[in-house]
Ligand binder design. Structure first.
Ligand SMILES: *[C@@H]1O[C@H](CO)[C@@H](O)[C@H](O)[C@H]1NC(C)=O
Length: 524
């Protein structure tokens, strides 16, 4: 660096430009541009900048974003107006219009595992053109042919490309290419007048790597503060990456689901479309939850009793000192049964270590803090928040001891399928492919033993697209527990009282050995 007293830059000469009108900040984004849009679910989305794109009317956008909000909020709005040509995302999930446009051939969707997406963006910002990852090996991601665009008749118009495979130290990895954008639309908490940025809690997520991976990075913040307000070592993104800053004037900051443990809400959740839910939750949550507390406990339904059986067995997988990532539903509920004498550090892929799912007696709603289930959570002392690329470095790097997740199918050699039914249902893989591809992480599947109509879920080979190959270590159902040996196959180790191995055989679509130490299914 050439230094001379007269050329030291002052904050007014920094290149970050401050705007007051968000539409001014995005008006040069042309049709056909690739935009990187931060946020996870509805947490940390640049809502003012997205609204401004509705005004500029720009079309044929390629939008790189973990998901697309919900139908009537976040990127979902730009889907409704058909301003997006292609989405590069990991999760379709809650957005019904997203799924509809994709399945009907109106929208191109490159489904990308969440950790791969985060790392592709990180690599893009860091000047790394491509990298190898174990995530997606042995799945459609590696094989190619995954539908990006459907024809009206349901055949595939554009299919994904095959990935190059290389072996390193006896494991298979696939090559993934970096992603860069023309513009990044980022939501941060605060900027100082020099253009340095900090994020709030889990609102960091994809925003952090996206700041670095676009030609022009536009950040909306809740507050602009004087230089020196943040200590230099606490700055999340140095000003060098930031081109434009706008102080957003209105933040709706919706949350998708507040508390599914509340019985009224979960009933509502099942009945209504998600967008109605978001709207009403925003105003109704406190009252609803309090009303629930006053209600007498209802007798449990059979399905709830079976679910609780799986949850109470799953909770026995926790060991003291363990780092665990739990899927939505049964795995997360199992954390309610962690024994008081052990400490388990829960990780959520949107960027928290040390979370707890609150019981609904102790709600603390902070919408900058959600876990991967998009519900609000609380954290324990000693917890930390980080970005999505960091979160998946933890996961991919094998630092997580246990991952528990649901499944649609599991094969006898531990292949797992849980992300799509071709032509019918696409939830997206989210972070599941990354979680199960991590060497050194124990993978436990919790699921009902059979599908509707008694269809087998445990099979010789899965017929649905795989999430991971030879990745499952244990299967827990309401009837039995199996250990999975990736070459030898299944061993029945526990069975629910009153059932015999013969009964299990009748409802299992794969051969299994019976452990000489077969015991009754254990419960917390
Ligand atoms: C968790 O994994 C680490 C290695 O990443 C290991 O050292 C530690 O013993 C494991 N802890 C438990 C409780 O399994």
């Amino acid at each position: 660096l050439y230094m001379c007293g007269c050329s030291l830059s002052t904050s007014s000469q920094r290149k970050s430009q401050f705007y007051t009108d968000p539409t001014e900040a995005v008006k040069d984004i042309p049709s056909g541009a690739t935009i990187l849009v931060g946020g996870f679910g509805l947490c940390g989305i640049p809502e003012n900048l997205i609204n401004s794109l509705l005004k500029t009317g720009v079309k044929s956008l390629t939008a790189v974003s973990n998901n697309a909000g919900v139908d009537n909020f976040g990127l979902g709005l730009l889907l409704q107006t058909k301003q997006i040509k292609r989405m590069i995302s990991s999760y379709v999930g809650e957005n019904i219009e997203f799924e509809r446009q994709y399945l009907s051939g109106e929208l191109e969707v490159e489904l990308t595992p969440q950790g791969t997406l985060a790392e592709r963006i990180r690599a893009g910002g860091a000047g790394v053109p491509a990298f190898f990852t174990a995530t997606g090996y042995g799945t459609l991601i590696q094989e190619g042919g995954s539908p990006i665009k459907y024809n009206k008749d349901g055949t595939i118009a554009i299919a994904s490309e095959q990935r190059e495979v290389r072996e390193f130290n006896g494991r298979h990895y696939i090559m993934e290419k970096a992603i860069t954008g023309d513009f990044a639309l980022v939501k941060a908490w605060k900027a100082d007048k020099a253009g340095n940025i900090v994020f709030r809690k889990t609102a960091r997520n994809f925003n952090q790597p996206m700041c670095k991976a676009a030609k022009v990075t536009i950040v909306e913040v809740e507050e602009v503060v004087d230089v020196g307000t943040f200590s230099e070592e606490d700055i999340h993104i140095p000003s060098i990456y930031i081109h434009r800053i706008i102080k957003g004037d209105c933040y709706e900051k919706r949350i998708e689901v507040v508390l599914m443990t509340s019985s009224t809400l979960s009933k509502y959740y099942r009945k209504s479309s998600i967008n109605e839910l978001t709207v009403s939750l925003y105003t109704l949550q406190r009252r609803t939850v309090q009303k629930d507390l006053a209600e007498k406990p209802k007798p449990k339904k059979d399905s709830d009793i079976l679910r609780e059986r799986i949850i109470r067995r799953a909770a026995l997988e926790f060991e003291d000192g363990m780092y665990a990532n739990l899927g939505i539903g049964i795995p997360m509920l199992a954390s309610n049964f962690i024994q008081p004498d052990i400490t388990v550090h829960l990780q959520s892929e949107n960027g928290i270590l040390g979370l707890v799912k609150p019981s609904f007696e102790s709600i603390y709603v902070d919408i900058s803090r959600v876990y991967a289930g998009k519900e609000t959570v609380t954290v324990l002392p000693g917890a930390s928040y980080f970005s999505s690329d960091e979160s998946f470095a933890m996961i991919r790097g094998g630092h997580i001891n246990l991952t528990m997740l649901g499944a649609m199918q599991v094969s006898k050699t531990g292949d797992l399928a849980n992300w799509m039914i071709p032509g019918k249902m696409v939830k997206g893989m989210g972070g599941a492919m990354d979680l199960v591809a991590s060497a050194g992480t124990k993978v436990v599947v919790t699921m009902e033993h059979s599908a509707k109509g008694g269809k087998f879920k445990i099979l010789d080979t899965c017929n649905l697209p795989l999430t991971g190959k030879q990745c499952v270590d244990r299967i827990i159902t309401e009837k039995a527990v199996f250990d999975v040996d990736k070459t030898k196959g299944l061993t029945l180790i526990e069975v629910w009282e009153g059932l015999t191995p013969e009964d299990i055989k009748a409802c299992t679509g794969a051969h299994f050995e019976v452990s000489p130490n077969l015991r009754p299914m254990q419960q917390v």
